[in-house]
Design a protein around this ligand. Structure first.
Ligand code: HEM
Length: 455
């Protein structure tokens, strides 16, 4: 049995209310290290691990980043003084953007405020319509549309370019070209070209993907080949941010980059302001380009498949729901979350801070805990009829990470809004091809055949 199959079986076993909250999983441990690995899968256990920061730290994200890109950090990391600076930078930039738009003060946090989300939504709709205008011309030739590459990842990239404000590097690094050539050799169908904005989106994705594998896919140690690949692909992306920070006049006026430059005087005492700002921009670009594009593709694939029908949701139903403006934002958010719950799988890792006993399990400092979002999102103790599409704002969705505490996903409102607009905009314009299935390359959606609808 493969490690993945064993892990999936363990995830199912741990859903039993009588099972322990954590179980050791030696198959993920490394022979060269004495770090032990535990797994959590029940919703209550996963939520506990994610929220109880005094027990479970995020320090291995810092360590993994330091290994390949010294000085770079994510907000998903230890809550130290530098993270507090980055958090303040992000909040100050968000306030600056709100002030530029004369946004009235709202009761909700600024990144979840309706006015802010409407602004993001309007941009997403413009970008979606512009892409669909081009794709819909294929109705006359019958040429298929690659939903993953030509729509989901492209709209995610264009939103990052516009809202975050950093372009792809002007010249595509040689290694990135080689990876794209390798993909084109192995994959049937249309080749990916590194031209135009589609090419920029492909290049950006290739630059970020190894890093995400290294940081979020590593439980104990990442292979040295992945580390080398990560250094060589991610460094040009960081350099593109440095260049953009040095020439902010080329960024969209109302972008996070412009905002971070405008609020710099508020941080007179912060000597490494640009280094920290670069980390903020880098993390947000990755989340937007990679996670939103991937999630959108996987949701489209699920609802176009027999699994979607069995769960009670088809692509057409989903599009109609998202396009219905009588539905409240809260209900639309619940629908996006329900789709993430059913269609998108992920796992996160934490490190035990000190020797302790947690909910009856003996843990040692340095132990790793892998939380499985998949079984946790289908735990019948938290979700009645877990296999059915039953969106409800009251459901305890954990697909965007911890529900409370210092590490709640900053971009969830942005992501849900972009996904809603991207899905709604396809109405009458593109639709799943007959019996369409998703093709994956190097762990990411690579193709999902759609067809253009006749106007
Ligand atoms: C469907 C899309 C998204 C999903 C499923 C998602 C999921 C997550 C998850 C699971 C975490 C917690 C990670 C952990 O605790 O280890 C997280 C944190 C975070 N996300 Fe998202 N995310 C999405 C989109 C975005 C976007 C678009 C942005 C930014 C524009 C963003 C920014 C962040 C940030 C900054 C954090 C770190 C919060 C902190 O630790 O302070 N996310 N997200």
């Amino acid at each position: 049995m493969s490690v993945e199959t064993e892990l999936a079986a363990l995830g199912q076993r741990l859903l039993d209310p009588a099972a322990p909250p954590l179980e050791r999983f030696a198959a993920m441990e490394d022979d060269d290290s004495d770090v032990r690995v535990f797994v959590a899968a029940r919703h209550d256990a996963v939520s506990g691990v994610l929220c109880e920061e005094p027990v479970f730290s995020l320090r291995h994200y810092d360590e993994l980043l330091e290994q390949v890109l010294p000085g770079t950090r994510y907000l998903v990391g230890e809550d130290d003084a530098a993270r507090q600076v980055r958090l303040h930078q992000l909040h100050a930039a968000q306030n600056w953007l709100d002030a530029q738009r004369n946004a009235p003060a709202a009761g909700e946090p600024p990144n979840m405020a309706i006015g802010f989300r409407d602004w993001i939504g309007a941009m997403a709709r413009e970008e979606a319509d512009a892409i669909l205008d081009v794709l819909q011309r294929r109705a006359s030739t019958g040429e298929p549309v690659n939903f993953a590459r030509e729509y989901a990842f492209l709209i995610a990239y264009r939103m990052a370019r516009r809202f975050i404000g950093v372009p792809a590097p002007e010249t595509v690094p040689g290694l990135v070209r080689m990876i794209v050539m390798w993909r084109n050799t192995l994959r049937p169908g249309q080749s990916l070209r590194l031209k135009d904005e589609l090419g920029d989106s492909v290049a950006m994705l290739v630059m970020l993907q190894p890093l995400f594998g290294h940081v979020f896919g590593t439980v104990v140690n990442s292979p040295s080949a992945l580390q080398a690949l990560t250094r060589r692909t991610a460094t040009p992306a960081l350099e593109a941010i440095d260049q953009a920070l040095a020439a902010p006049q080329s960024a969209p006026e109302h972008s996070l980059l412009s905002a971070l430059v405008a609020v710099r005087p508020q941080f007179a005492g912060v000597a490494d302001y640009d280094l920290q700002a670069r980390s903020v921009l880098f993390e947000l670009i990755g989340a937007l380009v990679l996670i939103v594009g991937k999630s959108l593709s996987e949701i489209a694939a699920f609802t176009s498949s027999p699994a979607g029908v069995a769960a009670g949701i088809t692509w057409d139903d989903l599009v109609a729901r998202m396009a219905d403006r009588r539905v409240t934002l809260k209900d639309h958010d619940a629908t996006v979350n329900e789709m993430l719950r059913l269609a998108v799988s992920s796992r996160l890792t934490r490190t035990v801070r000190n020797d302790c006993q947690w909910r009856g399990v003996d843990l040692k400092a340095g132990d790793r805990v892998v939380v499985l979002m998949d079984p946790a999102s289908r735990d019948p103790a938290a979700f009645a009829e877990p296999g059915r599409f039953k969106p409800d704002p009251a459901r305890p969705y954990i697909t965007s990470g911890p529900l409370q505490g210092p590490h709640v996903c900053y971009g969830r409102g942005i992501a849900w809004t972009i996904m809603r607009e991207a899905i709604a905009a396809t109405q009458g314009r593109i639709a799943p091809a007959q019996d369409t299935t998703i093709a994956v390359f190097a762990g990411l959606p690579d193709d999902l055949p759609f067809v253009a609808c006749r106007p």
